[in-house]
Write a protein that binds this ligand. Structure first.
Ligand code: S3P
Length: 741
């Protein structure tokens, strides 16, 4: 990306090693400055830099390099910063932007203060999270920062213009820029980078000192190599880092020592259970982090997995299938099981990313959870007050349900928590739960506009309230009922229309009384939950794709087994039947307090309808696929009263309308719904699902009646609610192929 006019005229890089050299090379390659000059005590490094075309000029001294520079980058070892600042001070243009690339930020700020008496507003500390165990300018690469994170730690009174220019420079080098406080940076890096380096250095040193060291290294397998790669890093740089980030590093070393000692003792007393608990928690955390690492973490070279659905037109829809477990119930089974006294066993648990994030969050709070193994999970409940403080933010992925229910459950814990999520979740409104929780006495901070992350202050006594919900939301209702378990007195919630009542039913199943009176549900605080067994039925929201698929496909005949048909969830069946759908329920039974049935669907001529508003909350997740049904129905379908669709994983009204338009279908979008003239045909085309699992699966269903190939972009999140969708869809006759990049 060449810039029109370079961002800077003269960039002075002080210290031409791997990082300084790579930044210089990237700036030159992308035309981000007119001239890049470097100073380094090692004249040979400067000569190599010139020869390799990494820099334009080699300066004779630091003072000469900074003369006339509008950007000065300090890329010397952390502990050399102060003398370098002293040296360049006299020649420095007072308007020049100063930054650094060091691994510890507190020490940089202290050095700046020591030399200038303050931190000038045009000093912006920085830290690119990139590197290699190689050092020196000859290892420099112009692409070193591409797809890597750069953390900038501006101080409170920094110059916004300086921050914007430095951000543009790093982005011009292909990096993603995040900002955080100096203190936070040093804590995070102590844990994620400094401690692992220390352990690698120490382990290799220990083994090298053993008598039979040669043999040890000779036989060392891949695990040793992987684990100790970073012990080949630059000793001088790392000795600087540890001395500079002393306090944060000491804290994390102490923590690690304690945990290592605990494992040592467990081995000594042959405590297999403890080893198993720690190892399985770590394994699960590592798997969970891989997902996090791709979108979230500070250190990453991985890109987020990109999945595209390729769909050929036509196909059939037959078979006898069971779709995965109910997402809403899966979340709740873990939450209540964790807080119960005793062991709760769950069958049919949804092994999708959303409910797995909930499971991991409880592991992070000290709950032992075995599985999931083919939908079987065993939760060792810790009791209503048994959760422990997590060591870091709880990452809830894509899951709005997770975040909102956790908000209620954590509002009254003794410890602070922070709830974070992926980019979609980070845009969703949380004021709807934070506001009423605050009325109960909770202390919760959100980002601008009531968005995540949520920071929940521990140790707050809650009092019961009555709350009239302004919107029909089971998540808000459930959040308040969960907070109500901890509140003094009664917490009651009245809903404007019936919404899913799994929380109420499951609390009852765990022996916790819930008082229901018309549109109001109430709990008294101070009770306890008794462990139980839970059989999670198949998710009607996942079955919905197949209900519509079979309804629109000539010759279709499909049976779906063990589907949850809780009346607060069956809007999709009611609506399809009103449209003329041929849906038969049989083997109706009750399993663990929830009604379940097998469902047979055959193709039927559908007609457009005005969807009754009372059905909207009962089919809230099923509208994307119902829009596909409406497209093929005879006559117009009108949806109103569904503004909630705009704040789901995507704005489901607009994103569906755009997707339909991309395959030649006309619709009229309204504030609270959509009008879909029926009898339309679907052409081929490319649809952007905006990372919304239900949009992606809806267009897979649409392909059954499409006239050309459909490509659906950004489908990785199908795994949040429906793992195995592609295989199941292909098995029943959808011509689908998923491509992963
Ligand atoms: C859910 C409630 C619904 C639904 C979501 C799951 C739940 O959200 O859309 O997928 O498990 O409580 P709202 O209650 O916000 O409408």
């Amino acid at each position: 990306m060449a810039h029109q006019a370079p961002l800077f005229s003269r960039v002075a890089v002080i210290g031409l090693g791997l990082i300084g050299g790579s930044l210089a090379a990237a700036i030159r390659q992308h035309g981000l400055a007119t001239t890049v000059v470097a100073a380094d005590r090692r004249a040979d490094e400067l000569q190599t830099g010139l020869k390799l075309g990494v820099i334009d000029e080699a300066a004779e001294s630091i003072a000469a390099a900074v003369k006339g520079a509008d950007l000065v980058v300090l890329a010397v070892p952390v502990r050399a910063i102060e003398p370098v600042l002293e040296e360049l001070r006299a020649n420095l243009d007072p308007t020049a932007l100063i930054t650094d690339v060091g691994s510890t930020k507190g020490s940089f700020v202290a050095s700046v203060r020591a030399v200038f008496g303050e931190v000038p507003a045009n000093v912006i500390p920085g830290h690119p999270i990139a590197g290699s165990e190689k050092s020196g300018v000859s290892a420099a690469r112009a692409n070193l920062f591409e797809n890597h994170k750069v953390i900038l730690t501006p101080l409170d009174d920094h110059q916004p213009q300086a921050l914007a220019r430095l951000t543009a420079l790093w982005e011009g080098c292909g990096a993603t820029v995040l900002t955080m406080s100096v203190e936070r940076h040093d804590e995070v890096l102590a844990a994620t980078s400094h401690l692992p380096h220390l352990i690698a250095f120490s382990l290799v040193d220990t083994l090298a000192g053993e008598d039979d060291n040669l043999d040890i290294f000779r036989y060392a397998a891949g695990g040793f190599r992987d684990f100790t790669r970073i012990a080949a890093s630059d000793p001088v740089m790392w000795h600087d880092i540890f001395l500079s980030n002393r306090d944060a590093v000491l804290r994390v070393i102490d923590h690690f020592n304690q945990d290592l000692e605990q494992l040592r003792q467990a081995i000594e007393r042959q405590d297999g259970a403890l080893l198993l608990r720690v190892f399985s928690r770590a394994k699960a955390a590592r798997e969970h982090f891989s997902k996090m690492l791709s979108g979230q973490a500070y250190v990453t070279t991985m890109n987020q997995k990109q999945v595209t659905f390729h769909l050929s037109p036509g196909g059939s829809m037959t078979g006898d299938i069971r779709v995965p477990g109910d997402k809403s119930m899966s979340h709740r089974s873990i939450m209540l099981g964790a807080l119960a006294d005793g062991i709760t066993e769950v069958e049919g648990f949804l092994e999708g990313e959303d409910s797995l994030a909930t499971l991991q969050a409880f592991r992070d709070m000290g709950v032992t959870i075995e599985g999931p193994d083919n939908g079987y999970v065993k939760i060792h409940g810790v009791g209503i007050d048994g959760l422990q403080a997590p060591r870091g933010p709880l990452y809830l992925g894509n899951s709005g349900t997770g975040m909102r229910l956790f908000a209620g459950l954590l509002a009254a814990q003794a410890f602070d928590t922070e709830l974070t999520g992926d980019s979609s979740l980070s845009k969703r409104p949380m004021g709807r739960v934070a506001d009423p929780l605050r009325l109960m006495g909770a202390v919760i901070d959100t980002a601008d506009g009531g968005r995540p992350p949520l920071r929940i202050k521990g140790g707050q006594p809650l009092k019961g309230i009555h709350y009239d919900m302004p919107m029909a939301s089971a998540q808000v209702k459930s959040c308040l009922l969960l907070a109500g378990l901890y509140a003094d007195g009664t917490t009651s919630v009245t809903e404007p229309a019936p919404t899913r009542d799994h929380t109420e039913r499951m609390l009852t199943g765990f022996g916790y009384p819930v008082h229901r009176n018309g549109a109001t549900a109430a709990v008294n605080g101070g009770g306890r939950l008794a462990a139980t067994r839970i059989d999670v039925p198949a998710d009607i929201s996942s079955a919905a794709f197949f209900l519509v698929a079979a309804s629109i496909t000539p010759g279709a005949d499909l049976t779906l087994r063990h589907v949850g048909i809780n009346p607060t969830r069956t809007g999709v069946i009611n609506i399809l039947r009103l449209m003329g759908g041929d849906i038969e329920l049989f083997n109706e039974r009750e399993v663990g307090g929830e009604p379940v049935a097998d469902i047979r669907v055959r193709q039927a001529p559908l007609k457009g309808i005005r969807i009754p508003e009372r059905e909207v909350p009962l089919a809230i997740d099923e509208f994307p696929v119902l829009f596909i049904a409406a497209t093929f129905a005879e006559g117009e379908t009108v949806l109103t009263g569904a503004e909630e669709l705009r704040v789901k994983e995507s704005d489901r009204i607009q994103v569906m309308a755009d997707g339909l338009a991309a395959v030649g279908v006309q619709t009229t979008v309204t504030d609270d719904g959509i009008i879909i003239p029926g009898g339309q045909s679907i052409s081929g085309g490319t649809v952007d699902s905006h990372g919304d699992h239900r949009i992606a699966m809806s267009f897979a269903v649409a392909s059954l009646r499409a006239e050309g190939d459909i490509k659906v972009l950004d489908c990785a999140n199908v795994a949040t609610s429906f793992p195995g969708f592609v295989e199941l869809a292909a098995g029943t006759g959808i011509q689908i192929r998923a491509e992963e990049a």
